[in-house]
Every structure is written in C-alpha cells, then in structure tokens.
Design a protein around this ligand. Sequence first.
Ligand SMILES: [Zn+2]
Length: 209
Amino acid sequence: MKRREFIRTATGAATAGTALAAISRTACAPGPEPPPPFTAWTWVHGNRDYDAAEWRRRFARLRQAGLDAVLVGGGDVALVSEAAHGEGLEYHRWFWTLNRNGDEWAQTNHPEWFTVSRNLESSLAQPPYVGYYRWVCPSREPVRDYLRGLVGELAANPAVHGVHLDYVRHCDVILPRGLWDTYDLVQDTELPEFDFCYCGGSYRAHILL
Ligand SMILES: [Zn+2]
C-alpha cells in the first residue's frame, strides 16, 4: 500500500490531506537543538594522605564508573589535578564561599567578618547546628574583595578547569522538616540563634531603606 493510500484508509479521505500536511510539517520543520551530552561529576575531599599512584587508582575507578569530572576541596592542587587529568577527568576546585570553617587566616585576623545572629552571637564563636557552620558576611566589602581574590587565584591556575562555588548563602534559618529530629529542634518559627546576619553591614541597611 502506498503512503497516501494508507493514510486515506487509516484516517478517511476527508482528513487525508490534513494528515499528510501534518506529516510534512513534522518532517521539514527544524526541531529543537538536542540536549548537550549528560556528564557526571562528584565532590572529592583532597585532604587525604595519598600519593600520586593512589590518586590515580581512585580516579581510574571513578572514570570507569562513568564520571567525567571531580570537584576537589583542599589538598595539593598540582598532585591531585595531575592524577585526575591522567585518568581523563576534569579537575575543578570545590570552594566553600561564605562558610569559612577551614579558613584559619580569616578567623584569626578578621573575626569581625563573621556573621552575627539575632541573639548577637558570632557564628565564629557559636556556630549554629554544627561545629563547621562558621560563615562570613557578604555585606562587608573586605569580605567580597578577599573571596574574589581567592577565587581569582584558583581560576588563574591552568590545571583548574573551573571553580565550583558552594555555600553561597547564609546559614539555614529553618532546616528542612526531616532534619528537626536530628538536631532535636522544632522550627515552626524563625529562632533568633539561627537567624543571620545582624552584623550591621551595608546589605541589611539597603533592605531597611
Ligand atoms: Zn552581616
């Protein structure tokens, strides 16, 4: 059966022309661009006591599992990036942006950069929820300059494919419901000890204006 006869049989003679037109439009109209290929990345803690061979072995396993890139926090950039590249993985830096728990320099030299709760307690001295919740306040221009410099240094390294910015936010004022039991909390309202930031920076001033 020829195509026209088939359509006439299937749809009835009165609608055959419409059906053919629809098929023709479908065949000729430019479709949407196909989606880009799917890639899989994973976070990796770089502060491990591994030598180059051990990093290669671990990255080889990730590559075999279908991973395309690693987002590495901490560790030796040259050592770990070389191992990643050697196994065909992109190497990105995993950067904790406003949560600066591991930043001894900022904690020592600029405690005033750290966010302040509605109880007027610093997240440096009284980290909310967990001990590593120590956050700097983006309302402060020196904080923004400092972070911009750190990211710029990382991005300038040709071994680094990109910089992944994590924790670009304040501390959670209300945790997801499923975590309340974990921290023995009932957060049906915004509690002052988890509400940041009240350091008096310009960001809050702008909101109030
Ligand atoms: Zn602040």
